[in-house]
Design a protein around this ligand. Structure first.
Ligand code: BDP
Length: 732
């Protein structure tokens, strides 16, 4: 449209009536919702602020004092120029000194002598923290972003931009921020052939074949997005990895990515296959106590650090789901982790050793396996090892109680592993904001050292006094234009980063920031969007696995309902193993009369979960096998309550559709349309989950549906017959 206007004026410069035409066109353009957007810009859109919000920045940001002598300083200055120009509609004048009131001054005492006076105040902010303050510099009112390091200044710049993006006033600012967690990493489950395991946003963004020469500009945007939320590391390859990732050819490619990420404070890590010494080293064994194996890893570490001097370290999935590991040689997880730790230690690298393990022999309850294998080794891991624990004991289910390892290994730093990609939560099309799931897990009270021993305090190291701390998120990123497969899934990447920075942060505040940055500062958009997001996690729990049910999805691909899944290679890969429905009732008895997994929690928690009267209803069937006519808090029978929960979940999705439809015209058409269509898919699939689950469980309960509940439109056989051989993201 802009080009039409331009060519019209060039061809007919003096034609009478043209001005009128242009005025008409302008009126029409202004009446349109914001121009179509494809989501590529994520939350860093920097579109012009609306006039009423803009007014408050009239005198601010006209000047920018920000040195650009290092790559990180340039990244900060470029981002501020880009952001402020876009948001305020005018480029800030670059200056060496603030000459007018309202300048933005960014740097460290070393990079900007004007900031020397703040030196004392920067104490305690460490290498990544910053302060943002309204103060006077060179005798002028200014907004200062000051830090001990260039990286701190870059994080502070992103924070300042966020304040403007979300329409916060820049007057009277006095903020101090430092991350509460040290290692804040994405885990890409990306294979070297660009297939993304459990990926729903297209193939891997790492174009391995064209690396190291072709550095896709997208890599820089990836780094910007991560730095904007404080993510400081990325594991490039899948936990189920090929040993080839550690060969010179791939190390050179990884080094090229590291060079793009370095200015943004993002370290590169690699998943290491435990049997690499055999597969690419030509050794006969990978036994961690074998001197030749230990030497091989030391040499490999030396080689890696010659190629990537600031390499972060290894992520390892060992003796889990068929992956090789130390137990293949009768050694323990600690033996395996410590061997790698020893190789990395001279270079400052770390090992993230996953606790998501379950052995070839089926345990009586998979829930108990990680605890049983790891707790005996507490205190035996080297100083540069983090044990990486999923938020729950089974596997990223829509809702799980916190993992019993949290609080049970006080002498070992445990890092949190969340899944950002929605393997068990409807893939990319379901609108499910994961902030409430993360918050629930982090705020859970382990009672490990009395009340208030939250998972967040274990993850941030404060409860048990660990300096090495971490949080990992399994990435939801692919080559889709919008990065995450849907616009709302960007929020899950965003909230992961913000919570890794501060595990005590609130999901709703973060959703509000995200919505303002991503869609609009207009409260008439922000508030409905935030309210949709905040209820969306409970909704997916309701329509998929209410009241503590879990692991009921289709086999392998995990798409859609499959509560009937049984048989196959191992019982704990089936649904019937987990729901245990029979004529009497439903649920997994994990109390002392059953598997006693509940005994892995601290006594007050075990007592609460283990007692039918005190277990929170959301975990009822996780811990108890409960009769169909058990009285629920609502007064209804369990069966009626179950059906009601399924319906409640579907209804919530219908409500989201209505809310979103009412935002038409307030959100650009392209994104509005896609979200609307995806919500339609979500409603269809939520109903499918509800119908299939009810049809199946009714064969056990033998009870009528409660009044008002519609019978499933098809018989059970229909739901069971559905096949999805090409569902995306299946493990390979
Ligand atoms: C499961 C996934 C599988 C992963 C595994 C893991 O289905 O693809 O490899 O977790 O975390 O949830 O290792």
């Amino acid at each position: 449209m802009i080009s039409i206007a331009r060519s019209a004026s060039a061809k007919h410069p003096a034609r009478p009536g043209l001005l009128g035409l242009l005025a008409l066109l302008l009126t029409w353009l202004l009446a349109l919702p914001a121009a179509a957007e494809d989501g590529y810009d994520l939350w860093l859109r920097y579109r012009p602020l609306p006039a009423p919000v803009l007014k408050q920045y009239r005198d601010q940001g006209t000047q920018l004092v920000a040195p650009a002598d290092t790559a990180t300083q340039r990244a900060a200055r470029d981002e501020l120029v880009r952001g402020l120009s876009g948001l305020l509609g005018r480029a800030p004048a670059l200056a060496a000194q603030a000459r007018r009131d309202g300048a933005i001054v960014v740097g460290t005492p070393a990079s900007l002598p004007q900031l020397a006076a703040l030196q004392g105040e920067l104490e305690g902010l460490g290498e990544e923290g910053y302060l943002i303050r309204s103060t006077r510099i060179d005798g002028r009112a200014a907004t200062v972003v000051a830090a001990n390091t260039d990286m701190g200044a870059l994080y502070g710049s992103f924070h300042l931009l966020r304040l403007v993006q979300t329409g916060q006033p820049l007057a009277g600012l006095d903020l101090r921020e430092a991350p509460k967690v040290k290692v804040r990493v994405l885990n890409h489950w990306d294979n070297l052939d660009r297939y993304v395991e459990r990926g729903y946003a297209g193939e891997s963004i790492w174009d391995w074949h064209k690396l190291p020469d072709w550095l896709d500009p997208r890599y820089t945007d990836y780094a910007r997005a991560n730095a904007s939320v404080g993510i400081n590391g990325t594991v490039l390859n899948n936990v189920n990895t090929s040993a080839l990732a550690l060969t010179p050819m791939y190390l050179e490619k990884a080094a090229a990515l590291a060079s793009v990420f370095r200015p943004y404070g993002i370290k590169v890590y690699l998943s290491a296959r435990f049997s690499a010494p055999i597969e690419i080293g030509g050794l006969a064994t990978a036994d961690p106590l074998d001197p030749a194996v230990r030497q091989w890893w030391k040499d490999k570490a030396d080689e890696i650090y010659r190629t990537i001097p600031d390499f972060g370290g290894f992520l390892v999935k060992a003796n889990s789901e068929g992956q090789p590991g130390p137990q293949d040689y009768g050694r323990s997880h600690a033996d395996g982790a410590n061997m790698l730790a020893e190789a990395l230690a001279p270079h400052g690298g770390i090992v993230m050793w996953r606790a998501f393990v379950y052995s070839h022999e089926e345990p009586d309850d998979r829930h108990k396996q990680a605890y049983n294998e790891f707790v005996p080794h507490d205190g035996r891991f080297a100083d540069n090892v983090l044990v990486q624990v999923k938020n729950g004991a089974i596997d990223f289910q829509p809702r799980e109680p916190f993992h019993p390892l949290f609080g049970a290994m006080p002498r070992t730093p445990l890092m949190m592993e969340f899944q950002i990609t929605k393997e068990y939560l409807g893939f990319a099309t379901h609108l499910v904001y994961l902030g409430p799931l993360y918050e629930e897990a982090l705020r859970a009270d382990t009672h490990a050292r009395g009340p208030g021993s939250t998972v967040a305090k274990i993850v941030d190291g404060s409860l048990e006094g660990h300096a090495l701390t971490g949080m990992a998120g399994v990435a939801n990123i692919g080559v889709d234009r919008n990065w995450s497969g849907s616009h709302f899934d960007q929020a899950n990447w965003y909230v992961f980063g913000r919570m890794a920075w501060d595990p005590h942060a609130g999901a709703e505040d973060i959703a509000r920031d995200w919505a303002r940055m991503t869609f609009s500062t207009d409260p008439a958009v922000v508030e409905p969007v935030v309210s949709m997001m905040m209820g969306s996690h409970q909704a997916v729990v309701d329509y998929m696995t209410p009241l503590g049910l879990h692991h009921l999805m289709g086999r392998g691909h995990h798409y859609g309902p499959g509560p009937w899944v049984e048989g196959g290679p191992r019982a704990d890969w089936t649904s019937v193993y987990y729901h245990r429905a029979d004529a009497r009732g439903i649920g997994f008895d994990r109390t002392a009369s059953g598997s006693n997994a509940v005994g892995q929690y601290a006594p007050p928690v075990a007592a609460q979960f283990g007692n039918l009267d005190t277990v929170p209803e959301e975990f009822l069937l996780w811990f108890h096998h409960v009769p169909w006519d058990h009285r629920m808090a609502s007064g209804r029978s369990l069966w009626d309550e179950l059906v009601l929960r399924y319906d409640r979940g579907v209804d919530y999705v219908r409500g989201m559709r209505r809310t979103w439809a009412a935002l038409e015209g307030k959100v650009d058409t392209e994104r509005h349309h896609q979200v609307a269509v995806f919500l339609g898919i979500q409603e269809k699939e939520a109903k499918w989950w509800r119908d299939a689950s009810i049809a199946y469980f009714q064969t056990f309960s033998q009870r009528p549906l409660p009044e008002g509940a519609a019978p499933p439109p098809h018989g059970l056989e229909y739901y069971k017959s559905l096949q999805f051989p090409y569902a995306p993201g299946d493990g390979k």
